[in-house]
Design a protein around this ligand. Structure first.
Ligand code: 13P
Length: 252
């Protein structure tokens, strides 16, 4: 039986004051939630702050990106051991914004996954198609390509200590959520793809949906059999909205 997981991706938002207030409000509301794991993925410089603010809370901490290198002359990069040292448990890898805007290839995303796991972080590995790809019936081919690049350099068993997030790009920040049925179909495809390699890994793997999840649509999405929670962007910046989504995870 898989437990549910809700993670907030704050992206490039917040400052010390707003993040302190947001975490305090999330902490207060989490006390009544015990069946869902909840994490927030902060901008890198705020990781130590959020770590301090979550010392007495069940709220978990993640980062939004990690270097595919561990050490050396890579100006501007932050390594997985650095994130781990400052209290991160999770890291988002291969978000479509990183892939599209910062040129991260399938291969680089796969390398980042390996680096994260080597440092003891749990990767939240994102996959998803563009609208053009969906309309050309390429959704499964794109997801398959993104996951195959990962499976080429890891053992399928390594997926047990990771989370996969399906984020259709056309649903991110657009207010246009995939229907529960559309999302479920892709989640089932991902699980089947993994099951073809290892059934028990597939049954354990948490697969999150991301893309315009809100308090008002989370429950229906999370009720689908292969949707194990969500990766939340805009709605994670508002404590009440985020907690409503977390409560939907608690019931699913
Ligand atoms: P929105 O929830 O703002 O659509 O963002 C989703 C996302 O990209 C989470 O990683």
């Amino acid at each position: 039986m898989r437990t549910s997981f809700v993670a907030g991706n704050w992206k490039l938002n917040g400052n010390q004051a707003s993040i302190s207030a947001l975490v305090a409000n999330i902490n207060a509301g989490l006390e009544s939630l015990n069946q869902t794991t909840v994490a927030v993925c902060a901008p890198c410089v705020y990781v130590p702050l959020v770590h301090t603010l979550t010392q007495n809370s069940t709220l978990k901490l993640g980062a939004q990106n990690v270097s595919n290198y561990e050490t050396g002359a890579y100006t501007g990069e932050v390594s997985a051991p650095m994130l781990k040292e400052f209290g991160c448990e999770y890291v988002i890898i291969g978000h479509s914004e990183r892939r599209a805007l910062f040129g991260e290839s399938d291969e680089i995303c796969a390398q980042k996954f390996v680096r994260a796991q080597q440092a003891g972080l749990t990767p939240i590995f994102c996959v998803g198609e563009t609208l053009t790809e969906r309309e050309a019936n390429q959704t499964e081919a794109v997801i398959s390509r993104q996951l195959q690049a990962l499976l080429a350099i890891i053992d399928v068993q390594d997926l047990v200590n990771s989370v996969v997030a399906y984020e259709p790009i056309w649903a991110i920040g657009t207010g246009k959520t995939a229907t529960p049925e559309q999302a479920q179909a892709v989640h089932a495809y991902i699980r089947q793809m993994i099951a073809n390699l290892n059934k028990s890994v597939a049954e354990k793997l948490q697969i999150l949906y991301g893309g315009s999840v809100k308090g008002s649509n989370a429950a229906k999405l999370f009720a689908m059999p292969d949707i194990d929670g969500g990766l939340i962007g805009g709605a994670a910046l508002n404590a009440d909205e985020f907690l409503t989504i977390c409560r939907a995870g608690n019931k699913a």
